[in-house]
Design a protein around this ligand. Structure first.
Ligand code: ZN
Length: 258
């Protein structure tokens, strides 16, 4: 546990840098880093890391390097421009425990533009909230990783173990970007993912299953429609059953160890 004096010094240092933190987060939001188009935003992150003196490792997600790892998800999109960026601050004689700070740079598509009150990739602050696609999920978290390291330094504390800041692609569909960091050899005693989730610390969460269901009908002449089977109507029954299964699984989510 931190003593009050140390905690206050850190909090003051965070406050002191908060204006810069928000403006850098806004700069990051301006990059429309939807899946497959993350590279310019990753270049920005690499620059931010370099400015802070971190060792920057920028590498492409190679499917062949990760396909045999647990947690790998099948790939249905192009990875030709899928670049991860990791900034490392290594300590010569570590005394403390090492840490990975991990966040994803990809954002979900903006959707219909006419449902936005201002353009999605034009950040704006209103009533203390930063708006713009990806501000919350999770560019604020990514910049907070770097801002936290700034604050530690500004408060006059040195790091006692290695810290790795990972800005990864491909979270909105799979998790292959983070997996690629692990496959590349990045390990630490702990990992913190500043994803905006219930505004609290959580140790585990539900995952995602991707699958396809094929429903076949029985084609007949329209005069004999009652004899056939409509695949779309049958799919509706399947969907209802899947909703029930989802509800059942989610109702048991707190029965698993983290
Ligand atoms: Zn997210």
């Amino acid at each position: 546990m931190l003593d009050d004096k140390t905690a206050n010094a850190l909090m003051d240092a965070v406050d002191e840098g908060f204006g810069a933190q928000i403006s850098q987060t806004a700069d990051l939001v301006r990059f429309p880093s939807t899946r497959g188009a993350e590279a310019p935003a990753q270049d920005f992150m690499a620059g931010q890391m370099r400015d802070r003196g971190l060792d920057v490792d920028r590498f492409k997600v190679d499917i062949d390097e990760i396909r045999h790892w647990p947690g790998f998800s099948p790939v249905h999109v192009d990875y030709d421009n899928a670049w991860n960026v990791v900034g490392s601050r290594r300590v010569a004689n570590p005394k403390g425990r090492s840490l990975i700070l991990n966040g994803h740079i990809d954002v979900v598509p903006a959707g219909p533009l006419d449902m936005w009150s201002t353009p999605p990739f034009e950040p704006r602050v209103e009533n203390g909230w930063l708006y713009g696609r990806g501000s919350g999920d999770m560019k604020a978290g990514l910049m907070a990783c770097l801002a936290a390291m700034d604050a530690v330094e500004r408060a006059g504390f040195g790091l006692t173990a290695d810290v790795f800041v990972q800005s990864v692609v491909e979270e909105e569909c799979t998790g292959n970007g983070a997996l690629a960091c692990l496959a590349r050899g990045y390990k630490a005693d702990a990992a913190l993912i500043p994803e905006p989730q219930n505004q609290g610390m959580i140790r585990a969460q539900i995952g995602v299953i991707w699958f396809q269901v094929k429903v076949r009908g029985i084609p007949v002449h329209v005069a004999d429609a009652g004899e056939g089977a409509n695949a779309i109507e049958a799919a509706y029954t399947v969907m209802q059953a899947l909703h029930e299964l989802e509800h059942d699984w989610n109702s048991r989510k707190d029965q698993y160890p983290p």
